[in-house]
Design a protein. Structure first.
Length: 72
């Protein structure tokens, strides 16, 4: 059995992504993107590594999330 391990971001920058909007009435791609970010309910919050992939996902659902940048 394999286990997931949490790794620290290499760049040292993280983004805190907070969901502010509902998925109701949204397209399926938006639902999948939010689930990929680890979100799913309003006011859910995740701290993610600041990478181009994460930035692209956040851009796709920018009207449903709020971003708080953190750096070292």
């Amino acid at each position: 059995m394999t286990t997931k391990t949490q790794t620290k971001p290499k760049s040292g920058k993280t983004l805190t992504v907070v969901q502010t909007g509902s998925l109701f009435g949204g397209k399926p791609g938006m639902r999948e993107t939010l689930l990929g970010l680890g979100l799913g309910r309003i006011r859910s919050r995740r701290e993610l590594e600041d990478t181009p992939a994460v930035r692209g996902m956040v851009f796709k659902v920018r009207h449903l999330v709020k971003i708080e940048e953190k750096g070292k």
